[in-house]
Design a protein around this ligand. Sequence first.
Ligand SMILES: [Mg+2]
Length: 221
Amino acid sequence: MTVSNKPEAVILDIDNTVLSCDLRRALFCSEILGRHVSEEEVRHDLYCSRLLSGKMQERYFNAFLSTRLMSVDVPYPLAVDTIEVIRDRGVKIVYLSGRFKSPADKEKITIEHMKRHDLYKDGDVAIFKPSSSVHDRDFKKDAISSLKRKYDILWAMEDTPRNLRVFKDFGIFSVGITTSYPPIRFDFADLVVDGWSELKKLIEEKNDCAFHDKNDQSNVQ
Ligand SMILES: [Mg+2]
């Protein structure tokens, strides 16, 4: 077995993985529909397709892609605590997000917001999409290739099966969090958790941030 001397890292998506965007999404739907929409109504419906159709959905996407109301996003319960446990063990926190730097600069707003919520601390890494015109998957593929050269990636977590699949395809231990999709959509994942408390419990029980067997050749990167 090749023993890696690269620093260990975990890769985390931001939207609906560490930060819940459900309130922001519900507020946009409220504006469009002209009635109160609860977070419950938009939960597990990332594109709000149950509530909105055609032109309405287009308005929703434009609003979501803007920087408006980004400050209402909040960390999921125990996300901050769990990330702190991982950091304390010397594992690098890498945020890899489809939030883009152009045409609007979501990077600056996001970092400031995450700092306020103790999600982003000195030493963390955050990589954002250069432009809204780049496809999330292509951006993440490129970023993962360079991150793999630099770090021993213990696992990666995503709320969307489509993006999580990219990590799986790179041989990275994939963790699905069921904040946006039901567990059945993550049937290919190496681990599925229903929230951060479950993840925290697993890390504490194992007394290790890695979920895979480090002696297992299939996970050697
Ligand atoms: Mg996401």
